[in-house]
Design a protein around this ligand. Sequence first.
Ligand SMILES: C[C@](O)(CO)[C@H](O)COP(=O)(O)OP(=O)(O)OC[C@H]1O[C@@H](n2ccc(N)nc2=O)[C@H](O)[C@@H]1O
Ligand SMILES: Nc1ncnc2c1ncn2[C@@H]1O[C@H](COP(=O)(O)OP(=O)(O)OP(=O)(O)O)[C@@H](O)[C@H]1O
Length: 300
Amino acid sequence: MTSVKVRVPAKVNVQLSVGPLRDDGYHDLVNVFHAVSIFDEVVAEESDSVTIRVEGHTVDQVPVNDDNLAVRAARLLARHAGRSPGVSLRIHKTIPVAGGMAGGSADAAGALVACNELWKLGLPMADLMELAAELGSDVPFSLLGGTAVGTGRGERLTEVEAGGTFHWVFALADGGLSTAKVYAECDRIRQATGEKVGWPAVNEDLLRALRIGDPKALGPELSNDLQPAALMLRSRLVRTLDAGREHGALGSIVSGSGPTCAFLAGSKEHATDLAVSLKAAGVCRAVVTAEGPVPGAVVV
Ligand SMILES: C[C@](O)(CO)[C@H](O)COP(=O)(O)OP(=O)(O)OC[C@H]1O[C@@H](n2ccc(N)nc2=O)[C@H](O)[C@@H]1O
Ligand SMILES: Nc1ncnc2c1ncn2[C@@H]1O[C@H](COP(=O)(O)OP(=O)(O)OP(=O)(O)O)[C@@H](O)[C@H]1O
């Protein structure tokens, strides 16, 4: 039986600047994405109907019906290509579920690439990117990978050439956070404090640090406008972030909508040491090291 396997990375947002709430319920962003070496695998096999199986940690929270983003991606692609959507999808999840690392988006991107190959559609990347944007704001980046600036709701991407490999430590939390609820909390805080919300702009110092591959310069530039909202909804993350700083992380930040926390290290050895310290501090469910940037969804 023909089968296609695709590997798709998680992301961390090294800058997430959130503009005002738009009429369509989304926010305009400056979203600097960075793909890291934590991967989900999507396997697509020929089938008469659409089926989905999900394996891995905390997969009980992942829908195994038409709500699954990978199933939605396969159906959307089939409709676009004017063919039947028959495919058997199997997902092996390593990216934390509802963790702020674009796990569902990764699976959607993986299904687009896998089905394009399985069904021999030969659609170009540009077409897949358009379909990806229909599925979710983070899905185009999961296809592209690397490092990129996202504008609009995060779906319009411009690649950034990173000048080296960055070493990261991720503190995974128990239980996820809903992305929509975190954005809503961000709006609530802004309204309550009367904060004036400006048009987001890319941080040029951050881009420079990425381009020259300098983690010491990148660390202090990491920023996430959703962090106060994530900390309000999950106050114990304050301790997690503090522990990273105390143990010498160059930068400590909530990843996207959280609750995963990301720590930047100066080298692979530094990342390993930091991971050991964070584990010992008992401030999270699990600790993983990863490096970035890595490519987006690829057939393996
Ligand atoms: C937090 C991030 O992960 C950072 O990369 C993304 O902005 C979220 O991307 P995503 O999970 O693909 O989100 P979507 O599925 O497009 O939207 C989920 C919900 O998040 C909110 N949302 C998302 C993107 C955006 N630019 N503004 C928003 O307000 C909306 O309430 C939306 O209904
Ligand atoms: N293939 C999938 N994998 C994970 N979650 C999925 C999938 N399909 C649908 N979902 C639903 O999407 C919700 C968000 O999960 P996801 O792992 O994408 O969150 P996230 O990583 O925080 O997203 P992001 O970082 O893009 O905001 C889950 O609670 C789950 O109900």
